[in-house]
Design a protein around this ligand. Structure first.
Ligand SMILES: Cc1ncc(COP(=O)(O)O)c(C=O)c1O
Length: 388
């Protein structure tokens, strides 16, 4: 075998249906509801905080776990919201987005060959990251359509090699918010089986009426075994800044931080300051208004999908809607997404991107974290489907 080859864990072809749809959408000048790029305005204090930091010379490496100002702000914010103390010096790691946090946590805590459970539908990056690290993703399906936790399905996939469960609440793609009862059931299993929980809570501020975001780390006995992952990409609409964080027991931070350091050294220094300014200066009403604004966008998108005959599963949180693609032409969800783009100029993602092979073929995912003018236009175009 030639020594000039890719690694055993690198995929032979990297295919991202989300990226493919974005390219096709651009070609036809369509409206992109496929990618989770929230393109709403960045809060002014966050923007000014980053600019001021650049002008003040904060353009060099920071400590691998982030600037004290941001660790302090993250710890204070998280403690206030969850009623649990967090030590900013030893329990917080500022990362290159939630993506960097997830990668480094998996790298720092798990070994190749370990099994890691994910709930289906699942977020692609989680499974790709695990595979890339030589870990074995194992799927526990949620109840189809209601997306309720199926405890039996979870128990059925646990083996002696299981080391961790990945949670995502609110979830991408179906907007599921795990209830307290569901989290208690997951926590009981994690404690009984001695498992880590990697909990991706990046959409924690996107919660709709009737639902409450709960961090599983706050449940009894869970702090030691939970890595809580979040960040600023979505909340402050700064996906390109690459600032996120994780909160974990102090004994895990050095191992996880080692990989953060060796992969990217630190999150971008001036953007850490911008995000710290946001946490320090934005009032609680910023977050409630963010949720209310997205609740309006959710209602608008749900109504347009219903009018188009694409029956939506109404999300509890996050800013995606999975909808039934029956009226569209095509044998697969990827073909149906292309049919929708051709007929309406709206790009969505094939549901199959979030399921094991064969699943999600009759679903499309729509992102409604868009500017009002774009969302208005997208909804109008979707409605035109019923007359085509
Ligand atoms: C569930 C989930 N986690 C993480 C991310 C990425 O977050 P970040 O930009 O902080 O890396 C996304 C983005 O779509 C996501 O949907």
């Amino acid at each position: 075998m030639s020594k000039l080859r890719t690694s055993a864990t690198a995929p032979i072809t990297v295919q991202s249906e989300i990226r493919a749809m974005s390219v096709l959408c651009e070609q036809v000048g369509g409206i992109n509801m496929s990618q989770g790029i929230c393109d709403t305005d960045v809060p002014a204090v966050v923007m000014e905080g980053a600019k001021a930091a650049m002008d003040a010379g904060f353009n060099i490496y920071t400590r691998l776990d982030g600037i004290a100002r941001l660790r302090d702000a993250v710890a204070a914010d998280w403690s206030r919201r969850n009623g649990v103390p967090v030590d900013p010096e030893h329990e917080v790691l500022i990362t290159s987005g939630a993506t960097g946090a997830f990668y480094c946590a998996a790298r720092g805590l798990l070994d190749p060959g370990d099994e890691v459970i994910l709930f289906e539908p699942m977020y692609g990056y989680h499974i790709y990251t695990l595979r890339g690290l030589g870990l074995e993703p194992v799927i526990a399906p949620l109840e189809y359509g209601t997306w309720a936790l199926d405890v039996d399905a979870l128990r059925a996939v646990i083996t002696p090699k299981t080391r961790a469960i990945v949670l995502n609440t609110p979830s991408n793609p179906c907007g599921k918010v795990f209830t307290r009862e569901e989290l208690q059931a997951v926590a009981a299993i994690a404690i009984e089986q001695d498992l880590f929980i990697l909990s991706d809570e990046i959409y924690e501020h996107f919660i709709y009426p009737g639902h409450t975001h709960i961090s599983i780390a706050t449940l009894p006995g869970m702090k030691e075994r939970t890595v809580t992952i979040s960040g600023f990409s979505k909340t402050y609409s700064v996906t390109g800044w690459r600032v996120g964080y994780l909160i974990a027991d102090a004994k895990w931070i050095p191992a996880i931080g080692f990989f953060a350091d060796t992969v990217y050294i630190c999150a971008p220094a001036p953007f850490q300051h911008g995000c710290a300014a946001g946490l320090e200066l934005l009032p609680p009403s910023f977050y409630t208004e963010l949720a209310a604004e997205h609740d309006r966008k959710r209602a608008q998108t749900v109504a347009a999908l219903q009018d188009a005959g694409l029956t939506p599963h109404i999300p509890d949180g996050a800013y995606y809607i999975v909808a039934d693609a029956t009226p569209l032409h095509g044998a697969t969800a990827a073909e149906k997404a292309r049919d929708l783009l051709a007929r309406t100029g709206v790009a969505a993602v094939a549901g199959s991107a979030f399921f094991r092979k064969g699943g999600g073929e009759n679903l499309l995912r729509f992102c409604f974290g868009k500017r009002d003018a774009d969302l208005d236009e997208a909804c109008e175009r979707l409605r035109s489907l019923s007359s085509k």
